[in-house]
Design a protein. Structure first.
Length: 172
């Protein structure tokens, strides 16, 4: 496939001289090249939610997608589905879900195949500038243990921190 009709990607990563990835929320597609960019193949996971996407490409084989219906969806579903491939996009599996009371995925990052984090942009009303909150979710321990077999790692990511910090209430 030659030049691919794609809006400008929000993520473009070359992991070697020959292999690279491109993705974009506005396009709801993930593309991969193995010939230095001359040809691009659509390797989008089937069934991924259309809407707000953030991606991370570790190497030629391992990639993740966090997809959400928000912002902009009339639904009250604020869950984020996490997908993973370990074979260059040929096969994807849904490996977890993060559920926030409000928000959408801002970034996803991994240091290796077993240790990842999801940054959620939360609250963020346009009427109250500066009211945005960020939450960081980490890959659950159970999913880390089974990361070599992504099809077995269906789990909810756990909240690690929120910023600004939530106020604690005393129960005395």
């Amino acid at each position: 496939m030659g030049p691919y009709p794609l809006m400008a990607p929000t993520t473009f990563t070359m992991v070697s001289v020959s292999t690279g990835w491109a993705a974009g929320s506005g396009t709801d597609r993930i593309l991969r090249t193995s010939d230095g960019g001359a040809d691009w193949n659509d390797v989008t996971p089937r069934g991924a939610r259309l809407g707000n996407w953030t991606t991370f490409f570790l190497d030629a084989n391992n990639a993740w997608l966090a997809s959400s219906l928000q912002p902009g969806s009339p639904t009250s579903d604020f869950s984020v589905e996490i997908y993973r491939t370990s074979d260059g996009g040929r096969n994807w599996s849904r490996t977890g879900t993060s559920v926030a009371g409000w928000g959408f995925p801002g970034a996803i990052d991994f240091v290796d195949r077993q240790h990842g984090w999801l940054l959620m942009k939360q609250d963020g009303t346009l009427q109250t500038p500066g009211s945005d909150m960020l939450a960081i979710y980490g890959l659950p321990t159970a999913a880390r243990a089974g990361a070599s077999s992504p099809k077995r790692t269906q789990a909810a990511w756990r909240a690690i921190c929120h910023w600004p910090a939530r106020k604690r209430t005393s129960s005395s």
